[in-house]
Structures are given as C-alpha cells and as structure tokens.
Design a protein around this ligand. Structure first.
Ligand SMILES: C[S@@+](CC[C@H](N)C(=O)[O-])C[C@H]1O[C@@H](n2cnc3c(N)ncnc32)[C@H](O)[C@@H]1O
Length: 249
C-alpha cells in the first residue's frame, strides 16, 4: 500500500469500535465526525476512524479508478480491480462490509443499532455511476442507502451512517435516557420540545410541562408522539398499532 493511502484519525487506533472508509476523497474525513460528541469520542478512543484512499491502489500510470460502462451509456464505473486491491489491503478485518448505494436497504434506527453491535465497519463510498457489480458480489457487500435520492458520492452517506451508529456506542451521548426517549425508540416520532423562556413572543409552553407532575408529563408526551406519528408517518403508525395490539392481546 502507498504511504498515505491509509489515514487513521484516532490516536492509538485501539478503540473498541473501528470504522474504515474507502473513498476517493479521504480529505473529506473526519469532517463533521471530528466535531462535538463524536469528535470527543474519537479523541477519547471510544471509536477509531481510518480512511483508505482508493486511488492509491490504481495500477496504471494515470492512476485510473474508473472506466466507461460496458454496454454504453453515460458516466463512468469504478473499476473492480482497484476496489479489490484497496479492500485486500484492509481485510481480513472483523465487522461488516457495506457499500453506500441508493439501491441498498434503507438506513434506519434498527439497522444503526445492529451495526453499533459490530466490532468494526468497513464502508465503501462510490463515485461516478457507481461500482462494478463483480467486486460487489465477490466481496459479498451489503448495500445500504441513506434514502430515496441520489447523492454525488457515498461519503456524505457514510458520514450520516457513522454518526447514527457511533452515537449509540456506550459513553458517546451523555445520558442514556436521551437515547431512549428519541424518535423511533418506541416506534414513534418524538414529542414537541420546549425550553426557557416559558413565554416567547406570546407563545406559551403547554402548562402540563410546568406542572412538575412526571406521570402527567409522560402521558402528554406519549399522546403528542402518537398524534405526530399518526399524521406524519402512517407507515410507522400502522406498525406501532399492530405491535401494541400484539402486546395487549
Ligand atoms: C451518482 S451516485 C450513483 C447513482 C447510480 N448511478 C444510480 O442511479 O443508482 C454515486 C455514488 O454515490 C453514492 N450514493 C448516491 N446516492 C446515495 C444514497 N441515497 N445512499 C447512499 N449512497 C448514495 C453511492 O456510493 C454511489 O455509488
């Protein structure tokens, strides 16, 4: 491997949870992942981040990483031999290998939790029209999508995935209750939040929140969560009702 092909951001790279990102743009990292709670956890070696510069594994004198698609059509395709060489340099390592791709399984909180239980993740960021299918198959990659839209490259999707996963690791987010109360935890979206001042431009905070009555506050929040979920996400609402019925019956 080229010197500089591989950049580790955590001090000792001994963190219990390690993330490896294969990209044509290693300079995009750690980017936002190096700030705030995730940045602190990175510095504290709760997790480690390593980028692998895919271009360092190109074998021709032009350092080509892409070529025209067989069968014609617009754009370029990332070459299988280059990706294979990059992966070969970082594997065998534990954990799952994911290719960020709009064709993939949608990232959700359940998947984020599943990934947070892994010792390590290897993420491949595509560019151009995407990656040659043969290397996806040969490495048995799992395709994961950020949503039903097309990004220019996989890096921003990888950052979003890493953010969602790393914040679930023990010690990253201060109070575990703040994770338990979040959207999706009970299959519902979060209730409305308020802070001081209690009266802002004539808009007052719901009285129950000032009552100090924990049971009433909890009940109000549940009703709000249910109401918001029913209106905004009928798909989640349906699942929540079915689960509730199952628990009750
Ligand atoms: C321009 S996109 C390729 C889009 C592809 N030709 C298609 O039609 O599905 C280039 C790269 O961005 C990344 N990407 C784009 N949209 C994404 C999404 N919704 N989720 C995850 N990664 C995405 C993938 O790594 C992809 O290989």
């Amino acid at each position: 491997m080229d010197a500089g092909a591989d950049t580790a951001y955590a001090k000792g790279n001994q963190a219990p949870f390690s993330v490896r990102i294969l990209t044509l743009f290693p300079e995009m990292f750690p980017g936002p992942l190096g700030l705030s709670l995730l940045g602190k956890a990175l510095a504290d070696e709760v997790w480690s981040l390593e980028t692998v510069d895919i271009r360092a594994f190109a074998s021709d004198k032009h350092r080509s990483v892409d070529d025209a698609p067989f069968g014609g059509g617009a754009g370029m395709v990332m070459k299988p031999d280059v990706i294979d060489a990059a992966l070969g340099a970082v594997k065998p390592r534990p954990g799952r290998l994911l290719y960020l791709s709009p064709r993939g399984k949608l990232l959700n909180q359940a998947l984020a939790k599943e990934l947070a239980a892994e010792p390590a993740l290897t993420l491949l960021c595509g560019r151009y029209e995407g990656v040659d299918q043969r290397v996806i198959d040969a490495w048995d990659m799992e395709e994961v999508s950020l949503g039903d839209f097309v990004l220019t490259g996989g890096e921003i999707a990888a950052m979003a995935l890493v953010d969602a996963v790393v914040r679930l690791l023990p010690g990253v987010v201060g109070k575990t209750e703040s994770l338990e109360e979040e959207s999706f935890e009970r299959g519902l979206l979060e209730y409305p939040l308020y802070t001081r001042p209690a009266d802002w431009k004539g808009r007052v905070v719901p009285e129950v929140l000032l009552s100090g009555h924990h049971a009433r506050v909890a009940q109000w929040r549940l009703v709000q969560s249910e109401c918001i979920t029913r209106h905004r996400r009928p798909d989640l609402w349906e699942r929540y009702c079915a689960q509730k019925q199952e628990q009750e019956g």
